[in-house]
Design a protein around this ligand. Structure first.
Ligand code: NAP
Length: 457
């Protein structure tokens, strides 16, 4: 696919970026591998942490220009871009502050002698990343692995090449040596060859199931570790005792954040029958109240989707859902203006034989289900191919926590939607993928957890 910056607000092509050649890839892999073999990767952690700290400062200092680049390239609201940039700096600083502790040797009690686990880098990694959080996704992979000493070659999504090159330049400016993070404008076939290369030891991937499956298959074929962060069909449960106004506010935010293109955004609203009509009325009013427009305009509350194909795909899914019997409660149409806008949309009466029941809608489309009991909630929530995250709203925290434990996902929030923080692990189960990013768990994914045992005298 061609690497192009296309402004989703206007549809204008801003710039086309040439693909990298096989020769360029070879040079990138050689530099990354040389770095892995060097004192930089194998030696003291402090110089690597200094780079992360400098990187965090650079990102904070350029927050406004970076936010504009994100919004102009993939269309999220400027306030959302600012929030993303803020967390990107926080992740760098979090690992700068905590990685030495996470990677310190851990003593094991054994009758066989003195034993401990050391944490060593494993080598060059491949990162394949999506456009919806175009700097955050890169930092989730870079920060823990730079701290651990793993060099990375990265393929970003073809619609965010400006973000990809700006990120690479920032890492270099922060003092990372050549090979620590190399951006590659390459095809899927080239990524397959890179994963197969003997110098590469692992692949971290975030994106769709199709791409994840291709990358995991290639990594598996060559016996390399992979982590996959895929999509979700996350539930937002509203019990009969919930604070409905708060649930509507947070549910609307969760579904319309980044124009509905967030993997952990609420997609299936599961409402207790006693509050279903009150919820639906207020939820619909909140969808009607959005201000659609230019994401650079501070008064806009819903911007465009990231690309024409993203918008067309959502339109197709809504049409198919309705043709299979769902009720179009609100919205449902492409907006007639330049750029890739789609109406905020609510579907009800989605039955199990409707393809929409199992699909992820990566756009501003909510499905609302009505239930009568906690058992029914659990059954519906878990009747999903995905298992990324979810939300439960209730004033009864014990009941909400019990429900949270029974729902098969990598994360559940109670009475909130906390998108992300550096210290919170991120990842899913089922077709939402495997492995975790961020937190202490994230830094342990691609390190050699090596046992050393000294025999008893
Ligand atoms: P996508 O098509 O899978 O793209 C993601 C990345 O994979 C891009 O860099 C893409 O490159 C590349 N890619 C696509 N096919 C490939 C292949 N066969 N081999 C190697 N690389 C390939 O994903 P998307 O539809 O743009 O992104 C949205 C999906 O990501 C949603 O399902 C969303 O839920 C998921 N997501 C998950 C998380 C999480 O943390 N769990 C976070 C964000 C997004 P090109 O652009 O060149 O095709």
């Amino acid at each position: 696919m061609a690497y192009q910056t296309i402004n989703p607000t206007s549809g204008d092509v801003i710039k086309t970026w040439p693909n990298h050649t096989d020769q360029h890839i070879e040079e990138a892999l050689a530099a990354a591998h040389r770095l892995y073999k060097s004192e930089w990767s194998k030696g003291a952690i402090q110089p690597r942490l200094n780079v992360l700290r400098k990187l965090a400062d650079l990102i904070d200092a350029r927050s406004e220009s970076l936010s504009r680049i994100i919004t102009e390239e993939m269309g999220k609201l400027i306030v959302e871009s600012r929030a993303e940039v803020q967390v990107v700096a926080q992740i760098a600083r979090y690992y700068a502050d905590n990685a030495a502790r996470f990677l310190a040797p851990v003593k094991i009690t054994s009758e066989l002698g003195d034993a401990w686990i050391e944490h060593h880098p494993i080598g060059v990694l491949v990162a394949v990343e999506p456009w919806n959080f175009p700097l955050y996704q890169l930092m989730r992979v870079l920060a823990p692995n730079l701290a651990a000493g793993n060099p990375i070659v990265a393929k970003h999504a073809s619609n965010v090449p400006h973000c990809a090159s700006v990120f690479e330049a920032l890492v270099t400016e922060a003092g990372a040596p050549r090979g620590a993070w190399t951006n590659l404008f390459v095809t899927s076939d080239q990524i397959g060859n890179i994963i197969a290369d003997h110098r590469v030891q692992g692949a971290a991937m975030t994106g769709s199931e199709g791409a994840g499956s291709a990358i995991a298959a290639q990594a598996g074929k060559h016996l390399k570790k992979s982590t996959l962060e895929m999509g979700g069909n996350d539930v937002f449960v509203i019990l009969e005792d919930a604070d409905i106004d708060k649930a509507v506010d947070i549910g609307t935010f969760s579904r319309l954040h980044v124009a509905g293109q967030e993997c952990i955004g609420a997609k299936r609203f599961i409402v207790h029958e006693r509050v279903a009509s009150a919820f639906l009325e207020k939820f619909t009013a909140a969808f009607k109240a959005v201000t659609i427009g230019d994401p650079l305009d501070e008064t806009t509350t819903l911007g465009p989707l990231s690309s024409q194909s993203a918008r067309d795909n959502v339109a197709k899914q809504v049409k198919a859902a309705v043709s299979h019997g769902a009720t179009l409660h609100y919205g449902g149409a492409v907006i007639d203006r330049p750029g890739y806008f789609f109406e905020p949309t609510i579907l009800t009466n989605v039955t199990r034989d409707n393809p929409a029941y199992f699909e992820e809608f990566f756009g501003p489309v909510a499905q609302v289900y009505v239930v009568r009991s906690d058992d029914e909630i659990v059954e519906l929530a878990n009747d999903s191919l995905y298992g990324l995250a979810g939300v439960v709203f209730s004033r009864d925290i014990d009941r909400a926590a019990k429900l949270a434990s029974r729902i098969e996902t990598g994360a559940i929030w109670i009475n909130t939607f906390a998108s992300t923080a550096p210290e919170l692990p991120f990842g899913g189960v089922k077709r939402s993928g495997y492995g975790r990013e961020l937190s202490e768990l994230g830094i342990k994914e691609f390190v050699n957890q090596k046992l050393v045992l000294v025999a008893k005298p």
